[in-house]
Write a protein that binds this ligand. Structure first.
Ligand code: LMR
Length: 345
């Protein structure tokens, strides 16, 4: 193997990368990238391959390999095999990984306005989410990432979340009382959501959820059809409410300093490929969530309840405090932008 380039970051980071297998790090210097040199980039995420994000990361890697004639190798690490929840962002900042795609929820401790995507019933469709991301709101939110040395390369969908639990059907808000729900880490707004419903939020890493559900150390969780199916959560839960109460999507992040240090021709291929994969990912996300819902229906393990309009109105009312908490935390501007978007929909 010729030179393997692990990242193009300053010395401290290059030293850190020395601890990673298969890497001969070199200090950033674009002039030194010779045509024969392989650039190895790592993409770490926490879900299965057979999910929207898992599929898109693989597709991105394959297309980049093809389009750079093998000069750029994107190594994909799914299922928390390289970094787990809570480790990804530090690793990105240190230059030990080059692409991550956390949910918007998981960056929201650091960037509280990103909690907007978690507001209950905030979006009526994924198209509305895309309009938010591609418009004034997105611009505002992306700027905040840049101020911390991160660059957003794309926004990928998963889809809308559903509630599952092993104790009782969740029809009315009162049904949540006293139940323990897993929430994503670093997501104060999601904790507030469960508290508003009278439940106890329990932050857990994604890779810990199955075991916690199986051992009944938590009673339930909220997730998309694709995560609930691909992680097998449905096997250790009894009830699902199709509530579509919240959106789950990902921001594909890279380290801005690393990005700037890439040769411009490589950057262009990565950028164009990312844009193309993002278009495909959005279609795939819809299809995979539908497919996985059908699989779970067929499996007959879960009692599935489809939320009615009346129940939805009642959940909305119960969840109003979550909006107040959001405004108390970040001010009213993001919500005003969201309302403007909704009015124009
Ligand atoms: C979760 O923790 O439930 C999700 O964030 C996992 C993911 O990345 O889709």
């Amino acid at each position: 193997m010729g030179h393997v380039r692990c990242g193009l970051l300053p010395v401290a980071v290059a030293l850190l990368a020395l601890t990673l297998p298969g890497c001969v790090p070199r200090v950033a210097d674009n002039e030194q990238v010779s045509p024969g040199e392989t650039i190895v980039l790592r993409f770490s995420h926490v879900v299965a391959d057979n999910t929207p994000k898992g599929w898109a990361a693989r597709r991105f890697a394959a297309l980049v390999h093809e389009r750079t004639g093998g000069r750029v190798e994107v190594q994909v690490f799914p299922n928390s095999t390289l970094y787990k929840d809570g480790e990804e962002i530090d690793a990105l900042r240190a230059g030990a990984v080059h692409f991550i795609a956390p949910t918007t929820s998981k960056i929201s401790q650091m960037f509280p306005e990103w909690q907007l995507f978690d507001l209950p019933y905030a979006f009526e469709s994924v198209e509305q989410v895309h309009r938010a991301v591609d418009g004034a709101l997105g611009e505002r939110l992306y700027r905040q990432l840049e101020a911390q040395g991160m660059k957003a390369l794309a926004f990928w969908d998963n889809g809308f979340k559903q509630m599952t639990n092993s104790v009782r059907p969740l029809v009315w808000p009162g049904d949540f009382r006293g139940l323990r729900f897993r929430v994503q880490i670093n997501s104060p707004l999601l904790e507030a959501q469960f508290r508003a419903l009278g439940a106890e939020p329990r932050p857990l890493l994604f890779n810990e959820v199955y075991a916690a559900l199986a051992a009944s150390t938590v009673d339930g969780q909220e997730n998309t059809m694709s995560n609930t199916y691909s992680q097998g959560f449905y096997k250790v839960q009894r009830y699902m409410t199709v509530s579509n109460h919240g959106y789950m999507g990902y921001v594909v992040l890279t380290n801005a300093a690393f990005w700037e240090s890439l040769p411009p021709d490589i950057r262009r291929v990565l950028e164009e490929t990312m844009a193309e994969v993002t278009r495909l990912e959005r279609e795939k996300a819809l299809a995979m969530n539908r497919r996985d819902f059908e699989e779970m229906k067929k499996g007959n393990r879960l009692a599935i309840h489809l939320q009615t309009e009346e129940e939805r109105a009642s959940w909305r009312r119960a969840l109003e405090p979550v909006y107040r908490e959001f405004v108390a935390r970040v001010g009213s501007e993001p919500l005003a932008l969201l309302e403007e978007l909704r009015r124009s929909s």
